[in-house]
Design a protein around this ligand. Structure first.
Ligand SMILES: C[S@@+](CC[C@H](N)C(=O)[O-])C[C@H]1O[C@@H](n2cnc3c(N)ncnc32)[C@H](O)[C@@H]1O
Length: 208
């Protein structure tokens, strides 16, 4: 076997092993998705969820991130939103709906009755088979979440959102930097190495 093929094969073996590790671990710990580990890593790095955080989880189905949030939050409120139906999680108010609809923002504000501490979004557009198009559509969702955050986050609030390192990455970065004083990017270990997925962490809204 040629060396490059051997390297590719051993890399793909390692990637599969890593994927299985997180999959198995999520089953053992009772998480609904391996995505839970990404939020655990993000919170370990940036420390934005505490026991009295009021938190909105956007694109929550099947519920791995909401499960992690409930393990930390016991005084704050948690609302989860998805266009897909999500099985109930104790202490999580689930709203089935599209975050892109104006009426959804009203429903969020009615539930919290105040601006929020944290918004987490792991939203991803449905895959089409065209990776570049998928990346553009998911980054479009990320832009929408950044704009929503400007309206509903407290001045010292935190936004964490999935995005892809595609050609429109710079557009996402520029919008985030125009609205927040601190903007960071972080790829958790539990995010597949071969995926262009990464996470945006923003805090301290600028007073415009
Ligand atoms: C990668 S999954 C989220 C996994 C979740 N964080 C977990 O830990 O289990 C992405 C979700 O985004 C949702 N989504 C995509 N577009 C949406 C929209 N416009 N409004 C609400 N949810 C959306 C999808 O239905 C999908 O369930």
């Amino acid at each position: 076997m040629k060396k490059s093929k051997r390297v590719k094969k051993s890399n793909s073996w390692r990637v599969k092993q890593q994927r299985d590790q997180f999959f198995k671990k999520s089953k053992t710990l009772g998480y609904r998705s391996r995505a839970s580990f990404k939020l655990i890593e993000l919170n370990k790095k940036f420390k934005f969820i505490n026991n009295n955080t009021n938190l909105l989880d956007i694109g929550s189905y099947p519920g791995g991130w909401s499960q992690v949030a409930t393990q930390i939050i016991n005084k704050g409120r948690i609302m989860a939103i998805d266009i897909k139906n999500m099985d109930p999680i104790k202490n999580v108010k689930f709203l089935r709906g599209d975050i892109l609809k104006d009426s959804t923002e009203d429903k969020i504000m009615n539930y919290f009755n105040a601006k929020l501490d944290v918004i987490i979004s792991d939203m991803a557009a449905d895959t089409t088979g065209n990776k570049s198009l998928d990346s553009i559509r998911t980054n479009q969702l990320c832009l929408e979440v950044i704009t929503l955050a400007k309206n509903i986050l407290k001045p010292k609030g935190v936004l964490v959102s999935k995005l892809f390192m595609g050609e429109d990455f710079i557009e996402v970065k520029n919008l985030a930097k125009s609205l927040f004083r601190q903007v960071n990017f972080f790829k958790p270990e539990s995010s597949r190495k071969e995926s262009k997925e990464t996470y945006l962490h923003c805090e301290f809204l600028k007073s415009l």
